[in-house]
Ligand binder design. Structure first.
Ligand code: ZN
Length: 726
């Protein structure tokens, strides 16, 4: 080892130690993390690697040797009867293999969901809760006894006639996802008042763990009580049983005792006998974590036998008989570079965040919607802030809050932070933006016929899979079609020809050459043929003239009429003419519609732009020509007194689940709509019946729970045929 490398390592070690200690202050004392978990863990790992390479750097006060920080707060310091360890975190599944395989084959592991909260210690003397404290540095914590009494699921007296003389329960204080949401909504409401009074908005809680930590460390126990915290136990310190023979031999025995004493436990605890079984639990929990009522950040794996635990021992910081596998982070910190606005297909102006790209929950994220101007104000976010970016599972990414500590630092550095203001004119067409009602959260570009951005969004929507499903008509193609002036309205969509595509001057780069968007490179005869993509697109456009009628209704892009509502409308009003002639009263009674959407629909059909679309699309064969006598018939057929209405289905809500044999999902839902019913996606008390196919999952369970009727496909068919007899 060269001297200079030791010197470098010493410098790096000092920097990492100082930085980690600072993070710990923010994390444990101020309840506001400066950096995301993954970054903190990366620093810890680098420090450990350095110390492995240069053992002389490993001093007793190194962060690798200590847990958390010694409390310096106004809470009284208490010494724990026995040391509280933290767990060694790993992020790679290989590390789980290595850990499990380092023990003999007959070793049992206790595997449990690791709830993301704040570690605390509860002391019971003769079965009565006498003290509670935070972990602190593992030796000394803060006295939070009074606050712990406000946590409803912590028993004040153990449920036993024969309590242990002395017991330390280790566990986690946490807040459920739902209560966390309420808490931040509360802060947002308070912020509305503050903003109105010209004061600064308060930062939101970055995540449930911070909210739990902040709530348990309240000077006023009433505030703690109002936060509705919960507790789960995950370990034990000192335990003195009245009769030593009763002492548990395994971690799982402890949980059995806790269960009997009514100390809350993790709802997910399993015994695994091999690395593979441990990994199966990790997978299973990883797949369901988004559906849990609380936040988990990983899985704790512990050697079950106490004798074996004692044999394996601890380092000064962590037990060597346990491991925490951490899932990829669902939230990261990133810089908010800008806030821009997007114009939607119905003119709605939506601000969105442009951020430094970061990987979160496994995908790279650089943009996230901010919904509307008020939301940005309520969250108090400024352009230039470091923000908490969150993406849980399949949920769309969300900017949760800004990071107050980072803002202070940036202000100290005279960095430029600026407030976002909603534009007053459309960024695409320059029209003055309007708010339809004074209390509307949304502002809109009213120039629906002429606004280029709205046209692009409408065409993208029309071509999308759920609507007319036009292959090869993605965003780029749509922009080429519109920016060249070849398509100035969707009315002309079905009139596109190979010749009209030739007029498109937009170029695309292929093999380093710039060529017309829908054409191939000029061949040796000097001819440029249409590209395969363009051929497909034109063919798909023609095919779309035969699409299901309800998809064509959706393609009209009526505001607040999505694909589901389009289905209901199509089922009631069998032709576009019938729909056009429907009155507000007739439309209002349709499920999903109501008076406001009914008004949108009637005014949509009055616009010359819509009339032009209907005229040209009818000529192209999209809509059928209905002659005058049929027209009145159609219109009548649309009313609720129509013969097809089936009283067993009419106005009732159905949910379809599982794999069906006879129908596709779409077919059965269309049948429900056609007979006056409503197809919903989730089961509630309002559900009339659940139609259950093969491998029906949680929806069938929920139906059973709520006592909702369940029907097989055959039983549903019987309901349908009942209508033909009547
Ligand atoms: Zn516009």
């Amino acid at each position: 080892m060269s001297e200079s490398s030791l010197e470098d390592a010493t410098k790096r070690h000092a920097w990492l130690s100082a930085s980690i200690n600072a993070d710990r202050v923010h994390y444990y004392i101020e309840d506001s993390p400066e950096i995301a978990d993954a970054e903190y863990d990366a620093k810890m790992h680098e420090l450990e690697d350095l110390e492995a390479k240069y053992p002389s750097l490993k001093t007793p006060d190194s962060p690798t040797e200590t847990v958390g920080i010694t409390p310096q707060s106004s809470f009284a310091a208490v010494q724990h009867p026995s040391k509280m360890y933290s767990l060694n975190d790993v992020f790679r599944i290989e590390d789980v293999d290595d850990f499990c395989n380092s023990f003999s084959d007959d070793t049992d592991f206790l595997v449990e969901a690791k709830i993301d909260g704040l570690a605390i210690n509860l002391v019971y003397e003769h079965g009565i809760l006498t003290a509670a404290s935070t972990r602190g540095d593992g030796i000394t914590g803060e006295d939070i006894t009074e606050n712990a009494f406000t946590i409803e699921n912590i028993p004040v007296v153990l449920n036993t006639q024969n309590p242990p003389q002395f017991l330390e329960v280790r566990g986690e204080v946490y807040i459920s996802k739902e209560n966390f949401k309420h808490l931040n909504e509360q802060v947002e409401l308070e912020n509305e008042v503050l903003i109105e009074a010209g004061k600064k908005a308060k930062p939101l809680f970055a995540n449930p763990r911070n909210a739990a930590a902040g709530s348990i460390r309240q000077k006023d126990a009433k505030v703690t009580a109002s936060r509705h915290l919960s507790f789960i136990a995950h370990g034990i310190g000192v335990l003195t049983m009245q009769n030593a023979v009763d002492a548990p031999k395994k971690q799982s025995d402890v949980y059995d005792l806790f269960g009997a004493w009514q100390i809350p436990l993790s709802p997910y605890v399993k015994i695994a006998k091999s690395a593979d079984e441990v990994k199966a639990v990790i997978d299973e929990l990883g797949n369901t974590r988004d559906n849990l009522l609380f936040e988990i950040d990983g899985v704790a794996i512990k050697v079950n036998s106490f004798a074996l635990q004692a044999e394996i021992g601890e380092t000064s910081r962590v037990p060597k008989w346990a491991l925490a596998y951490k899932y990829p982070p669902e939230e990261v910190y990133t810089k908010l570079l800008d806030i821009r606005v997007q114009v939607g297909r119905t003119g709605k102006i939506t601000p969105f965040a442009v951020m430094e790209p970061k990987t979160v929950a496994g995908s790279n994220v650089a943009k996230a919607t901010l919904h509307n101007g008020q939301e940005i104000k309520r969250k108090g976010i400024l352009i230039g802030d470091i923000v908490v970016l969150r993406k849980a599972g399949d949920v769309i990414p969300e900017v949760v809050s800004y990071v107050p500590k980072k803002r202070e630092e940036m202000l100290a550095d005279a960095a430029v932070l600026r407030e976002f203001t909603m534009p007053t004119v459309c960024p695409s067409c320059g029209a003055e933006l309007v708010r339809e009602k004074a209390d509307d959260a949304d502002i809109r570009c009213p120039a629906s016929d002429t606004c280029p951005a709205q046209l692009v969004e409408r065409l993208k929507y029309i071509a999308s899979r759920n609507v007319l499903d036009i292959e090869e008509m993605g965003e780029e193609a749509v922009i080429a079609l519109t920016s060249s002036g070849v398509l100035t309205t969707e009315a002309d969509l079905f009139d596109l020809t190979p010749e009209s595509l030739r007029n498109i001057t937009t170029l695309r780069t292929r093999d380093g050459k710039r060529i017309p968007f829908f054409y191939n490179d000029i061949d040796k005869d000097g001819v440029s043929s249409m590209s395969k993509n363009a051929e497909t697109m034109l063919r798909e456009i023609q095919k779309a003239t035969n699409a299901d009628y309800y998809r064509k209704v959706a393609a009209l892009c009526i505001r607040n009429v999505g694909i589901q509502t389009a289905r209901v409308l199509a089922a009631r009003f069998k032709s576009v003419t019938a729909l056009q002639n429907a009155t507000i009263e007739e439309l209002s009674v349709v499920p999903n519609v109501g008076p406001n959407i009914a008004k949108n629909i009637t005014s949509h059909f009055k616009s010359p732009h819509t009339l032009e679309i209907i005229e040209k699309w009818t000529r192209a064969g999209v809509f059928e020509i209905v002659n005058a006598s049929d027209e009145s018939g159609e219109s009548e057929a649309g009313s609720t007194s129509e013969t097809k209405v089936n009283e067993s289905i009419n106005s009732k809500t159905f949910v379809v689940t599982g794999k069906l044999q006879r129908f596709t999902r779409e077919e059965i839902e269309n049948l429900i709509f056609e007979h006056g019913g409503h197809a919903a996606s989730s089961v509630s008390k309002k559900t009339y019946a659940v139609i259950v196919g093969e491998n029906a999952g949680s929806k069938a369970d929920k139906a059973a729970q709520l006592g909702v009727k369940m029907l097989s496909e055959d039983e549903f068919s019987a309901l349908l045929s009942g209508e033909t007899e009547s």
